[in-house]
Design a protein around this ligand. Structure first.
Ligand code: TRP
Length: 364
């Protein structure tokens, strides 16, 4: 069996450090590791519309932002297929068939959907499109027969749902679809990077994100204003590293060699944390170190983005090519699905012949 990756993001804004440590960084490694036969990375505009249907220009404008973020972190269109979900109508058709394989009560139990419904105050009036987006996400994954889906841990319920639909489909119609596996970051800190304000999650609406496309000044300002330990007032006070965003970010980003380079007073993060906990290490010093570590990662990304920004038509062309290639793959799966579901009337000569025979034998 081939090793195939599919993953994607909703184009509701520029991508931030949470996306980066949760998934983007890994995708580039996977792209370069040579173990995968095909890699599909999708801009999930149709899914984004399920809770932004009344704001289509937001989605429209963010397609290019997300594409630029992809390219600037090092996703390489000669190795991965970057494509736009809505431009692969096969995905919509699959979704319609998969709807029969899921119950309303099962959808109601999806923890991600539940949480998102609360977040958006949808309790009383849930758009059916939003409610069923896990089914559509199953189409995204299975259309490409993806075996591996690199995502953040908040997406695990989606993968579970997808696996259930695959099993139900295969049991009902025959073995056509492939059960996907989720790939989440092994470093638990990377599974959900907190916001710069210490809140559980980076989120555009909370204004607590550091974007991949932020300028050096913006990053500096955000890091220097970051939430730390509110009880660590004087440098000599003992400090807490748990729930302290600066240290959480260091957990996600700092490597031992960064200390030799930017903060040689410590050999590694444990030593730095110990000093902070004992007292005597000020927030500013830790923040300066974090800034250096982040800038080391962000500067090349920013540089690359600038290059791609000079030729926007070329970026759309990358998406167009990727979308065409994705359609070819999705159409192959859809042919198999239609045959298994017994709805491939016109390309089944045997069906037409046997129907004729049936009518011939009843004619006399
Ligand atoms: N739901 C994902 C997100 O919000 C985006 C997405 C859509 C996706 N379809 C997918 C991710 C298929 C993985 C596989 O980020």
């Amino acid at each position: 069996m081939e090793n195939i990756i599919l993953t994607g993001d909703r184009p509701t804004g520029r991508l931030h450090l949470g996306h980066y440590v949760g998934s983007l960084r890994r995708r580039v490694e996977l792209q370069n590791c040579g173990e995968f036969d095909k890699i599909f990375i999708m801009i999930a505009d149709a899914q984004a519309l399920t809770d932004n249907f009344d704001n289509p220009d937001k989605i429209r404008d963010n397609i290019i932002e997300v594409a630029l973020d992809y390219l600037s972190v090092g996703l390489d269109p000669s190795k991965v297929n970057l494509f736009i979900q809505s431009a692969v109508p096969e995905l919509t058709e699959l979704t319609f068939y998969y709807m029969n394989l899921v119950t309303i009560s099962r959808l109601e139990r999806n923890p991600t959907v539940k949480a998102e419904m609360q977040l958006r105050n949808f309790e009383t009036s849930i758009p059916a499109g939003f409610f069923t987006y896990p089914v559509s996400q199953t189409s995204d994954i299975t259309a490409f027969k993806a075996t591996v889906v690199p995502v953040g841990e908040d997406q695990l319920p989606m993968l579970e749902q997808a696996r259930e639909i695959v099993r139900k489909f295969n049991a009902t119609y025959g073995e056509v679809l492939v059960e996907p596996k989720a790939l989440i970051p092994e470093n638990s800190v990377c599974q959900r990077l907190p916001g710069t304000d210490g809140k559980a999650k980076m989120s555009k609406s909370l204004g607590n994100c550091i974007y991949l496309s932020d300028t050096p000044d913006e990053v500096k300002q955000k890091v220097m204003n970051m939430y730390t330990d509110p009880n660590h007032i004087k440098v000599t006070d003992p400090g807490n590293v748990e729930g302290n965003s600066v240290f959480t970010y260091l957990d996600a980003f700092a490597k031992d060699e960064d200390f030799a380079r930017f903060c040689p007073d410590y050999k590694n993060l444990d030593e730095m944390k110990d000093h902070y906990k004992r007292g005597g290490l000020g927030d500013v010093k830790v923040k300066r170190f974090l800034l250096a570590v982040l800038e080391q990662e962000l500067a090349p990304i920013r540089e690359k983005r600038k290059q791609y920004e000079k030729d926007i038509p070329a970026v759309y062309e990358v998406l167009k090519k990727g979308t065409e290639a994705a359609r070819v793959e999705a159409a192959k799966t859809l042919d198999e699905v239609r045959a298994a579901m017994r709805i491939n009337y016109f390309d089944d000569a045997e069906l037409i012949r046997s129907q004729q025979e049936k009518f011939n034998s009843t004619a006399d």
